[in-house]
Ligand binder design. Structure first.
Ligand SMILES: O=C(O)[C@H](O)COP(=O)(O)O
Length: 248
């Protein structure tokens, strides 16, 4: 049996401001930093430790990992940064307030943009300075690999190869791993692991900074999964994430 840990980054400045973030590289709030440390405490209490970490190329996930590993006295751990673990690209919505967007376009439309499996938000213009073409962290990617928007299906199409190419082989080789990533890149991974349908994935919301343990069998199929920490607080946090896209 293998045990792996998935964790969404702690609260970011744009989580606090309720803005669509996607590939925008915003930092953690003080609360987000504290959540990362608290996650480290929970992991230690659960008797978990790691040999290798995976994260995205966005600082909210990286800094969360740092805070957690620091608390666990594991700052020496090898870390693989992979753009394929980035948040889902939120297209032209990036930077907009979610509740204001719902007030303008309606809760239903925003729900489609946030949670439908295969309808992406409106695309960024390729000439928009917010496009990531010139960002050095994506220099190795072809222009057609740098998204201007993504639906969850598009995110699945990059997260699963990251799992197959690097994460799954590391687990099979016996490495105890933690993945610090994002709400929607983790939804993509969990969809695959748990075999969740395109319709049912709409209802899955991931709270910030809470370690999610997956116990996997020899074929890397989940035996069970559970969040560490205060279960009522976690349920409330998931509910709050679900409601972020509603007009106030
Ligand atoms: O990119 C974002 O805005 C969030 O990290 C995830 O947002 P969502 O829960 O609205 O998809």
């Amino acid at each position: 049996m293998y045990k792996i840990v998935l964790m969404r980054h702690g609260e970011s400045t744009w989580n606090l401001a309720n803005r669509f973030t996607g590939w925008v590289d915003v930092d953690l709030t003080e609360k987000g930093v504290a959540e990362a440390v608290e996650a480290g405490k929970l992991l230690k209490e659960a008797g978990l430790t790691f040999d290798l970490a995976f994260t995205s190329v966005l600082k909210r996930a990286i800094r969360t990992l740092w805070g957690t590993l620091d608390e666990m006295d594991l700052m020496w751990l090898p870390v693989q940064h992979d753009w394929r673990l980035n948040e889902r690209h939120y297209g032209a919505l990036q930077g907009l307030n979610k509740a204001e967007t719902a007030a303008q376009y309606g809760d239903e439309q925003v729900m489609v943009w946030r949670r439908s499996y295969d309808t992406p938000p409106p695309e960024l213009d390729a000439a928009d300075p917010r496009a990531s073409y010139d960002d050095p962290r994506y220099a190795a990617l072809g222009r057609n690999q740098v998204p201007l928007t993504e639906c969850l299906k598009d995110t699945v199409a990059r997260v699963i190869p990251a799992w197959d190419d690097t994460i799954a082989p590391a687990i099979r080789s016996g490495k105890r791993i933690i993945i610090s990533a994002h709400g929607n890149s983790l939804r993509a991974l969990i969809k695959m692991l748990d075999g969740i349908s395109d319709a049912d994935i709409v209802g899955l919301n991931i709270p910030n900074g809470q370690p999610l343990v997956y116990e996997l069998d020899a074929d890397l199929k989940p035996i069970k999964s559970y969040y560490l920490g205060d279960q009522a607080a976690i349920a409330a946090a998931m509910h709050a994430v679900a409601n972020q896209g509603k007009a106030k």
